[in-house]
Design a protein. Structure first.
Length: 152
């Protein structure tokens, strides 16, 4: 579920990407407020580190809210916020999750971390790490955003 404004904005981006043989992939469009409360409670459980190796290998989860990775007043429950990636337009299915495969850090190089189908932005999907920031100086130039996509 998305607001009309968010859906229209995504539609415009999708049209630009299609011209480049790329497509948006959308995760977490609507997230109930109770899920945000669950994230907050989980962030306070220091002993629960089951997903640390894959999604926050270098970050203390108790700091997720203070560092801005998660928000106490998330816009996801309003349908105006989404998690996005960019994939090749011909991608038909995402790679299957294999629970028997040991987790790999989301900060590992593409090809070493879990394959989420996206083009390489420097980290995997839902990576709670400074490297996942579009402003990270640690990203190679080819993975940094440009001001205006239409000029690339």
């Amino acid at each position: 579920m998305l607001t009309e404004r968010a859906a229209l904005a995504l539609s415009q981006v999708q049209a630009e990407l299609a011209a480049r043989k790329l497509s948006l992939i959308v995760w977490d469009c609507y997230r109930p407020a109770r899920a945000v409360r669950d994230f907050l409670a989980w962030s306070r459980l220091a002993q629960d580190a089951r997903m640390k190796a894959e999604f926050f290998p270098n970050t203390n989860k108790a700091q997720f809210f203070a560092l801005g990775y998660l928000a106490i007043r998330s816009a996801h429950p309003r349908g105006s916020t989404v998690d996005l990636g960019i994939v090749p337009a011909d991608l038909r299915a995402l790679p299957a999750y294999e629970p028997a495969v040991p987790p790999k850090p989301c900060t590992a190089a593409k090809g070493e971390r879990f394959e989420d189908g996206t083009i390489d932005f420097g980290t995997g999907y839902d990576c709670l790490d400074p490297l996942a920031s579009t402003a990270s100086p640690m990203l190679p130039a080819r993975q940094r955003p440009i001001e205006d996509c239409s000029r690339s």
